[in-house]
Design a protein around this ligand. Structure first.
Ligand SMILES: Cc1cc2nc3c(=O)[nH]c(=O)nc-3n(C[C@H](O)[C@H](O)[C@H](O)COP(=O)(O)OP(=O)(O)OC[C@H]3O[C@@H](n4cnc5c(N)ncnc54)[C@H](O)[C@@H]3O)c2cc1C
Length: 529
């Protein structure tokens, strides 16, 4: 991650350095605002650094065509200080601009801006045990001391680039979806190749298919995508939603993943087939994440139950895709993995685009990319020439963004401590690194959780904790090795007793070559439970 802002002057840097903050938050996405506001109200001196050029966190970086939430916007809001009362979403599932607008609204209410510095990438944090403070340095030359550092770098701060020979030699436009040009990129009339069919891939594919002269998609794993059922929202729609939003927030607080619905408390495999199918049909018509996290209880742990939904989903895809060979590539008879153990995406016309003459789907397991050439992508079948190459290849999730910072305490780098696997206490802190906390960190429920709920509840918890320390005159804290071992065993135990190990997913680092295989997302409960 690099910044585009000019380096600060020596005077600016010195001004930063003279003040010792109570807390510096690294990362200005949805995880931070509640902590910032709570801490400031309690008299803390707190600042935020963010490498992005503006508000939005992940939504600042991921501005590719079609980038949008798969939480409904209305549940992707803060409950904190009624930060939902006066903001209207224009779409049920807002795009990145809609989310940025909501973030601007949050800023207008909390005045975050006065303490946020953008275009500032924290490259090192060094702990001084005598002074009991961190010194944080940015690649732009800033330096800041703080008694506590809250690392809120999100799960997708480090894009994952494919290791393909010749990638740098490509002479057209080549962009990772998470490093898309801020001004946009017009793909009209272009020959486009998209590598990857994860969440970002299918969003960009839908947009590219509509305008490109030709689109070629390389698929490694089919995306078991679910219908989005997008809607435009009027002011009345927003008002109607607000009428019972408090009830929805209550469900959000108590549900598995911080959404406004629960699992159906019965097993799919034990439910008579006609009853089960009727329930699937109803959910299908309504669309969205209830098909995943509001489906039958046990879907993510019981293979027989899981299979009933996979077969239902597969028949729906085959109904939509005309060419049987393509349909089979998208929804094979043998599931690529159980449903829902890779994060499913929401689609609007994803499967239909493969009926278009200008779209080709290539199975990159059968026909691998051998190298990238200046004019396109080479496979054993020949060269797919293209003007635009889209790398929808995901992230080094959860720990990648943290390990990109030289976090050092007691002579040890955090990335060295984590070389064989992440250890944290509840995803919030790690032994040997005092006065350091994580928000949306590895081994927290982040990957399953509705992001703003996750920003709200742990943000509150971290603020409570820091305020309690201050009130009790405690200037140094860290978690013990013992509680970390217990937490890791707990996270791993839930993982091995679920269907999650059956998919090579980012949930457990399996998408990154050489990354220790370990569950990085706590898959049992929302942050409130
Ligand atoms: C395409 C996409 C769609 C998503 N859709 C949903 C959804 O529908 N629902 C949902 O709940 N979640 C969704 N998520 C997950 C999303 O990450 C969270 O909802 C939420 O944004 C997490 O907020 P955060 O503040 O923890 O992290 P982020 O929003 O990722 O913000 C982290 C910030 O840290 C900054 N940063 C990183 N490293 C440094 C550094 N060293 N120095 C300074 N700054 C740094 C980054 O610039 C970034 O602004 C989606 C993610 C992606 C990628």
């Amino acid at each position: 991650m690099t910044s585009t802002m000019p380096a600060p002057t020596a005077a600016q840097a010195n001004a930063d350095e003279t003040e010792v903050l109570d807390a510096l938050i690294v990362g200005g996405g949805f995880s931070g605002p509640v902590s910032v506001d709570r801490l400031r109200e309690d008299g803390f001196k707190v600042k935020v650094w963010d490498a992005a050029g503006g508000f939005g966190g992940i939504w600042w970086w991921n501005c590719y065509p079609g980038a949008r939430t798969d939480s409904t916007g209305q549940i992707y809001q803060f409950q904190y200080k009624d930060l939902w009362k006066d903001f209207d979403f224009k779409e049920l599932y807002p795009d990145f601009n809609g989310v940025r607008e909501y973030f601007e609204y949050v800023d207008s209410q909390l005045d975050l801006s006065r303490d946020v510095t953008f275009n500032t990438f924290a490259e090192s944090c060094t702990w001084d045990d005598a002074a009991k403070e961190w010194t944080v340095r940015s690649s732009e030359g800033r330096e800041q001391r703080a008694r506590a550092v809250i690392v809120a770098t999100g799960f997708g701060a480090k894009p994952l680039y494919p290791n393909i020979e010749g990638l740098d030699s490509f002479e057209g436009e080549c962009h990772h979806t998470a490093r898309w040009p801020q001004g946009g990129l017009d793909m009209t009339g272009k020959r486009v190749v998209v590598m990857g069919t994860g969440a970002s891939g299918i969003q960009v594919i839908q947009e590219a298919a509509a305008v490109a002269e030709h689109l070629t998609v390389f698929q490694r794993t089919p995306n078991l995508a679910l219908p989005m059922r997008q809607q435009r929202l009027s002011a009345d729609d927003n008002d109607r939603y607000r009428e019972n939003i408090e009830d929805r927030f209550q469900i959000r607080d108590n549900s598995f993943a911080g959404f406004d619905f629960y699992f159906i408390p019965q097993n799919a495999a034990d439910t008579p087939e006609d009853e089960r199918t009727a329930i699937y049909e109803k959910m299908w018509d309504e669309g969205g994440f209830p098909l995943w996290l509001g489906n039958f209880q046990g879907l993510l742990t019981d293979e027989a139950a899981n299979h009933t939904f996979y077969n239902f989903w597969r028949s729906k895809v085959h109904d939509r895709v005309k060419d049987p060979k393509t349909a089979e590539m998208l929804a094979p008879a043998t599931p690529p993995h159980p449903f829902g153990v890779k994060r499913p995406s929401l689609e609007q016309n994803y499967f239909d685009v493969y009926n278009q003459d200008n779209v080709d789907l290539i199975d990159s397991n059968a026909t691998p990319i051998t190298r990238v050439l200046p004019n396109g992508v080479e496979t054993p079948d020949g060269v797919v020439e293209c003007d635009v190459l889209v790398l929808a290849t995901g992230f080094d999730n959860n720990s990648g963004g943290i390990n990109a910072i030289d976090i050092k305490a007691g002579g040890q780098l955090l990335r060295d401590k984590w070389a064989t696997g992440v250890d944290t206490y509840m995803g919030l802190s790690t032994h040997g690194f005092p006065n350091l906390m994580f928000l949306y960190g590895p081994q927290s429920p982040s990957g399953f959780c509705n992001g703003t709920d996750f920003g709200g509840a742990p943000g509150d918890m971290v603020a409570d904790f820091l305020i309690w320390l201050k009130d009790n005159g405690i200037s140094r804290f860290e978690s013990t090795e013992e509680v970390e071992r217990e937490w890791r065993a707990h996270v791993d135990d839930i993982f091995v007793n679920s269907l999650f190990p059956k998919a090579k997913s980012w949930y457990w680092g399996a998408n990154v070559p050489g990354k220790p295989a370990q569950m990085l997302n706590y898959s049992e409960a929302s942050p409130h439970i």
